[in-house]
Each structure stands twice: as structure tokens, then as C-alpha cells.
Design a protein around this ligand. Structure first.
Ligand SMILES: Cc1cc2nc3c(=O)[nH]c(=O)nc-3n(C[C@H](O)[C@H](O)[C@H](O)COP(=O)(O)OP(=O)(O)OC[C@H]3O[C@@H](n4cnc5c(N)ncnc54)[C@H](O)[C@@H]3O)c2cc1C
Length: 475
């Protein structure tokens, strides 16, 4: 696949199919060119590049805005009869090309299904429609005295459905977990129009939890319409801390030992020396940001243990100012939005790795990026932590020399993916596969890719759901 390809000018849906769609969703079908252009891309930098180069990205035939699971079921039945693609769409903040309609078809925008249906204080859970915007959900929960604890950097521009479909991770995930840890139950429409619902219970032993296939399915196995999520009482106290280290190795050891103590700060982030200079204006240091929150007694204890571990690995206490700065600027995406239109090729890549090879992997990826001619920025931070390992989030940027922007971009991705796989990492921690990661999927999944394709074949034999994704088309 060449990234300079413009994929599709639509699947060629005829007027009869559009009329049938209108009879299912009377006020929610558009074939206007302006809508089709807007929904032909997501936040994948390459789809933005297409637009900047004056070329239209892939075009869907129509955009629909359903209001009920039953309407979606009707659309899926129609899609199977007439053989057109359906691509679920949350807010289009995905950064890997997951919603790009590579074969045209119908973009199914979930935004009208945005209600918080039920909050169970006793059982600490909330049932929510998946088209809800992330910030709206968190604000509503905060008003009622709770938090979900899922705060991705894209909080303002992403939806619950997108989080589930991409296995998203928020900045406060070390304490509250990733989206899959928060999920209690869901409702989904399968590719053939069947509606499934699971029970709002903390655990089951009634066979594999097949509904969980929706997690990370990126719109290829069904449309998630409702989710019941764990919620928590709004934290009574929040403590901010920051430490700097001479070397990222010491900072990683401090955080690994915090985790070994079974202490889970809400936020832990280690910025390497390049990013510490960029974000905190401090040379030759690695910044660790720590935020603990919850019951005051618990926070006191976590602060004391974390301080002990940081001191043990030569961390220097920087007070609260860097963490305050981090909180104030955490939704800022100034760099990518300013530089991309000027021809600077820029992207971020997140991977996960066990502690055994963590430090080596970080170093190997940085070196691999720096080796590509034209790379100006090559940096990373550790953004999510486990007792077993860590997520590294790398940033690269540069100006291609003799290559096209697309070849330059692909060369840097190739280098990062190769270094990650060589060190036994996973090529994605939370952004997903979309279009960008397809080339390396067989290397990571091996026989599991075949298993996934068989599941896809069983659930979606006509391949109407988001075709061309999750390992591409296959026999
Ligand atoms: C500035 C910025 C910061 C970001 N920060 C983070 C971060 O901190 N953590 C993180 O995890 N990600 C982050 N992302 C990536 C992105 O926000 C996430 O991948 C998010 O989960 C996508 O949500 P969305 O609603 O925009 O989904 P979309 O982009 O609309 O869709 C993404 C995929 O999910 C599928 N999908 C959407 N809704 C449904 C549904 N209801 N049922 C089935 N499939 C569905 C789509 O078909 C597509 O394959 C960031 C992105 C940006 C631009």
C-alpha cells in the first residue's frame, strides 16, 4: 500500500439504496459533497497530507446519523442485501486512518446517540450511549459527583464508541485502568443486524465473553451502541509531584519500583531529555510527573512511598510547578497543528513493552528514528505504567530530503516498528491499527491474525463492516 494513494471515489450507491436508507432514518441521511469530503478522513497525518496536497481523500457515498440500535440494525440488513460498506464513526479523532472509507459506502456517525441512560450509585456504574463526546460524559459525571477516570488527550474530540473500538487509554490510566478495564457490559449491533446485550455484573464464568470482541475491533465486527462503565466517587484530594533524573534509566527504575509496591498513581509520565527540554525548558534532565488522587489517607500513603522510590533512584524533588504546568497544557496539540501545514512531516507512535526489554527498546527506537535522513525531532516519553511493563510514546518530525513526504513518513514508521518488534514489544499500546499499522500486523499476531480473519468471516461474511481494515481483505 502506498500512502500517496487516494483510495476510493465511493461504492456507487444508487438512488434506490439512498431512498431505502432515508426510509430507515428519515432525518439522518446526507449525500452532500461537503459532508462526504469531511467524513473521508480522520486525524491520521497522511489523510491530512492528502488534503494539503489538494487531493480529496477517500469518499463515502453517504453519511447517516442514526438515533437507535434498531435503525442501525436496519442499515446493516440493507448493507448485506446490497453489498455496500458501513463504517462506524465516533468523532474522527483516530490517528491511524481507522475511519477512512477505503471502499466508499456509508459513514455511520454515532453523534445523535449521546445520552447518559442510567447512573447506579450503589453499584458504581453508568450506562451510556456510545456516541457521547468524552468531555461531555466526564463533565456530566463530575456534576453528579463521580469520575470515569478516562482522560485521553483527545477528551474534547473523541467518543465513547471510538474509545472502545480502539482500546483507548487515558492519561489517568495507571490508577483507573484503560477503557477495557472500565467496561462492565455493552450493547452492539452485529454486521448481520442482530442486537446483542451483556449483563451488568462484575464478572461471569459463562464461557468466553464474546461481546468483548468489540474491544479493539475498530468498526470491523459490529457497532457498539451502549456501554456500562465503572465510575468512581470524585476524588477528595489530588496531590501533584515532580522529580527529575540524570537519566531515563533511573526514572524508569523509580516508576517500576513504585508499581512493585502496588501503588497506582493516577498519572505517571516520564519525559526523556529531549521532551523535558521542549515541555519544561530544562536541559539534560528527565522529568517524572506524578499525580495521586482519591481518599486523602490513601493519597498520603502513595505520596510517601513514591517519594521514597524516587529518592532511592536519585530523583530530585522539583515541587509541584512542573505537574501544574503539565495539567494546564495537557490538551495542547500546538506542535502538530502548526508544523504539519508547513510541510513538516510529524507523527506520534505508541508501543508497549515488558520491563525486561523496556530501556533497550526506548534507546533502539530513538536511534532508529535518528538514523533516517531528514529527521529533526526524535523523542519519547513513557505514558502508561504496569507492574509488568510500560507504554512508550514516541514523536518524530522532519523535512524529507530526497524522498517524497510519503516515503519519508513510511521510512520512519518502518524503523520504529522494526525496533519495537525486535525487542518483543507490541506495535500499538492504544491508538490501534487503522491503515497505518497493517503492514506489521502479521509480524505481531502470527497465527492469531488467521483466527481473527475466521471470526470476521463468521460474523461478517459479506465484509460490509469497515472493509480493508484489521489486516486488510483476506480469503
Ligand atoms: C490530539 C489527539 C490526542 C489523542 N490522545 C489519545 C489518548 O490520550 N489516548 C488514546 O487512546 N487515544 C488518543 N488519541 C486517538 C483517538 O482520540 C482515539 O483513538 C479515540 O479512541 C478515537 O475516538 P473517536 O470517537 O474519535 O473514533 P473515530 O476516529 O471516529 O473511530 C476510530 C475507530 O473506531 C471505530 N468506531 C467508532 N465508533 C464506533 C462504535 N460506536 N462502534 C464500533 N466502532 C466504532 C471506527 O470505525 C474507527 O475504526 C488522540 C487523538 C488526537 C487527535
Amino acid at each position: 500500500m502506498g500512502y500517496d494513494t487516494v483510495y476510493s471515489a465511493g461504492a456507487g450507491l444508487d438512488d434506490d439504496v439512498i431512498q431505502r436508507l432515508r426510509s430507515i432514518i428519515p432525518d439522518g441521511v446526507s449525500t452532500r459533497e461537503a459532508d462526504r469530503v469531511v467524513y473521508g478522513k480522520d486525524y491520521w497525518p497522511i489523510s491530512l497530507r492528502w488534503l494539503l496536497d489538494g487531493r480529496l481523500p477517500a469518499l463515502p457515498d453517504a453519511v447517516i446519523w442514526p438515533e437507535t440500535a434498531e435503525q442501525i440494525a436496519g442499515v446493516m440488513r440493507l448493507a448485506n442485501t446490497h453489498g455496500f460498506p458501513v463504517i462506524p464513526y465516533g468523532e474522527g479523532s483516530g490517528v491511524v486512518g481507522g475511519t477512512v472509507p477505503v471502499k466508499g459506502g456509508v459513514m455511520l456517525d454515532m453523534r445523535r446517540m449521546h445520552d447518559i441512560l442510567f447512573v447506579d450509585d450503589q453499584g458504581l456504574m453508568a450506562r451510556v450511549q456510545t456516541g457521547v463526546n468524552g468531555m461531555t460524559l466526564e463533565r456530566e459525571l463530575n456534576r453528579a459527583g463521580y469520575t470515569l477516570g478516562h482522560i485521553p488527550q483527545s477528551l474534547y474530540c473523541s467518543s465513547l464508541g471510538g474509545w472502545l473500538a480502539c482500546r483507548a487509554a487515558g492519561q489517568f490510566s495507571t490508577k483507573y485502568g484503560k477503557i477495557e478495564d472500565m467496561l462492565i457490559a455493552l450493547e452492539a449491533v452485529l454486521p448481520d443486524g442482530t442486537i446483542i446485550r451483556s449483563r451488568e455484573v462484575p464478572r461471569t464464568s459463562t464461557g468466553p465473553r464474546v461481546e468483548r470482541l468489540m474491544l479493539g475491533s475498530e468498526g470491523t465486527l459490529g457497532v457498539v451502541t451502549e456501554a456500562t462503565l465503572k465510575i468512581w466517587p470524585y476524588p477528595e484530594r489530588r496531590a501533584l509531584h515532580a522529580y527529575t533524573f540524570d537519566d531515563i534509566a533511573d526514572a524508569l527504575e523509580a516508576t517500576r519500583h513504585i508499581m512493585r509496591k502496588n501503588v497506582y498513581p493516577a498519572v505517571m509520565r516520564i519525559y526523556d531529555e529531549h521532551e523535558t527540554l521542549r515541555h519544561f525548558d530544562m536541559k539534560h534532565r528527565c522529568m517524572l510527573i506524578l499525580i495521586m488522587e482519591g481518599d486523602p489517607d490513601l493519597v498520603d500513603l502513595e505520596e510517601a512511598i513514591a517519594a521514597r522510590m524516587c529518592t532511592r533512584f536519585n530523583g530530585k524533588d522539583m515541587g509541584t510547578a512542573p505537574a501544574e504546568r503539565w495539567l494546564d497544557t495537557r490538551f495542547n496539540v500546538k506542535e502538530s497543528s502548526e508544523f504539519t501545514p508547513r510541510g513538516f512531516i510529524f507523527d506520534t507512535v505508541e508501543i508497549s513493552v515488558g520491563w525486561r526489554t523496556a530501556l533497550e527498546t526506548y534507546r533502539a527506537v530513538i536511534e532508529a528514528m535518528q538514523r533516517i535522513p531528514g529527521v529533526i525531532v526524535a523523542s519519547g516519553h513513557a505514558s502508561h505504567f504496569y507492574p509488568q511493563g510500560v507504554c512508550f510514546y514516541f514523536t518524530f518530525g522532519g523535512l524529507p530530503r530526497k524522498q517524497t513526504p510519503y516515503d519519508f513518513y513510511r521510512a520512519v514508521w518502518d524503523a520504529i516498528m522494526a525496533a519495537c518488534l525486535e525487542h518483543e514489544g507490541s506495535i500499538s499500546h492504544h491508538h490501534g491499527i487503522g491503515l497505518i499499522r497493517q503492514p506489521w500486523l502479521p509480524d505481531e499476531l502470527d497465527g492469531r491474525l488467521h483466527m481473527l480473519h475466521r471470526i470476521k468471516q463468521a460474523l461478517d461474511p459479506n465484509r460490509v463492516m469497515n472493509p480493508g481494515k484489521m489486516g486488510g481483505d483476506h480469503d
